[in-house]
Ligand binder design. Structure first.
Ligand SMILES: Cc1ncc(COP(=O)(O)O)c(C=O)c1O
Length: 406
């Protein structure tokens, strides 16, 4: 007898964490693995943020349960950021502070979805959208972006996928895993489409907001008529190098934010008091430290893109944001190593880990089996060494001369 719920059995373990664990296990055995699998900055949290956390501990005033939706001053600071920086008129009551953006997303899915509802997910997608939609009892409908258009999804594709059951659309921009950034015209076209469907919501995942190498910085909720139709997801993990602190948030119309707070009251109460004090310092002290990290990511992006582009069998788009690159390595499918054929991204990643000792994440986990995801949030030396290994490993496959790379 299986004692597990159908709910939990309907989802897979997170592929990004899974690959990171495999890499760590190999490392523990003494293998010199270079990991490009984890989606987190290699930088340390800036000192002024850490200092605020230390002060909060020393003050001794932050040892009790915080309010369920987050400290009021933090929620207000986030709302004010949206007013001044993103031109979205959020108020304190629109903001809910959560345990990472991940919980913000699952809170939203659980608060808006019913069994039978459909959610349109733009692919390649961030791994957890699929699981979160399923856990909420709804049905994910995947819309595949075209590689020749930077993996962007077209308006006609979305129109074609909308049914009477469609409740929401979810996507990230800047995107994990492709790094694509939707521009103003593209977002406006989406907003226009959404305005024709009064019961359709947009979950705009803007967690890589500041890691954007383009001038296109639009919050979806800022577009005409979209304030009441948008749930904005954001957090401190990526831009402030604070993944471990677990502070995320959502911004939503009050009819939803108050229900999310009710839900969160039963699930987690709130997130860590000390981490929220750190986040308060992060949001109140400007973007200099963030911009420094972003400049470094951009340099690495250029380096990694150039190196990948120089490998004959790889096709790759130049990412516009986030810290991932998503090369198509499918020309190497059909080759062999140690008596095994490499037929998909999972087998390719196993080959790369076992033979070249580099950890990258199979594109299959993001809805695109032709690709692998490389996180370039790693020091330049590791990137250079890892890419050298990648080139050699793919070159070894190429020597089998069964490939036609042109
Ligand atoms: C697109 C996207 N959304 C949300 C998250 C979750 O972020 P957090 O660490 O704040 O939970 C991630 C983390 O990888 C992400 O890439």
């Amino acid at each position: 007898m299986n004692l597990l719920s159908k709910r939990v059995l309907s989802i897979e373990a997170s592929a990004t964490s899974g690959t990171a664990v495999k890499a760590k296990n190999l490392k523990a055995k003494g293998v010199d693995v270079i990991s490009f699998s984890q989606g987190e900055p290699d930088f340390k949290t800036p000192p002024y943020i850490c200092e605020a956390a230390k002060q909060a501990i020393d003050a001794g005033n932050y040892f009790s349960y915080p309010p369920t939706g987050g400290y009021l001053d933090l929620r207000t600071a986030i709302a004010q950021k949206y007013v001044s920086e993103n031109k979205v008129p959020y108020k304190t009551e629109n903001i809910v502070v959560t345990n990472g953006a991940k919980q913000a997303l699952s809170n939203v899915m659980l608060s808006i979805l019913n069994p039978g509802d459909e959610v349109l997910i733009f692919a390649p997608f961030w791994v957890s959208y699929l699981a979160q939609v399923k856990l909420a009892g709804a049905k994910p409908i995947i819309i595949k972006g075209a590689p020749e258009n930077d993996f962007k999804v077209g308006i006609q594709q979305i129109k074609d996928a909308i049914s009477t059951k469609t409740k929401a659309i979810v996507f990230s921009s800047p995107c994990n895993p492709t790094g694509l950034v939707y521009n103003k015209q593209e977002l406006e076209a989406l907003a226009e489409l959404v305005s024709n469907y009064p019961n359709l919501l947009v979950i705009a995942d803007e967690i890589y907001e500041h890691i954007n190498y383009t001038p296109h910085r639009i919050s979806f909720a800022a577009l005409p008529e979209m304030f009441n139709r948008t749930i904005t997801i954001n957090g401190f993990s990526k831009c402030y190098a604070m993944t471990g602190w677990r502070v995320g948030y959502l911004a939503a119309p009050t009819w939803l934010s108050k229900e999310v707070i009710k839900l969160q009251g039963h699930l987690t109460s709130s997130n860590s008091s000390i981490a929220q004090r750190a986040a308060f310092s992060a949001i109140n002290n400007g973007l200099d430290a963030v911009n420094e990290m972003v400049q470094e990511y951009q340099k690495r992006r250029d380096l990694v893109y150039a190196k990948l582009n120089a490998i004959a069998g790889i096709e790759v788009n130049l990412p516009s944001g986030a810290f991932y690159i998503f090369p198509n390595i499918s020309k190497y499918y059909g080759t062999w190593y140690k008596g095994q054929q490499i037929n998909n991204s999972i087998e390719m990643c196993t080959y790369l880990l076992e033979i070249a000792h580099i950890a990258v994440v199979p594109g299959a986990a993001f809805g695109e089996d032709a690709c692998v995801r490389i996180s370039y949030a790693s020091p330049e030396d590791d990137l250079l060494e890892g890419l050298k290994r990648l080139k050699k490993a793919l070159g070894d496959l190429e020597k089998q001369k069964i490939l036609n790379l042109n």
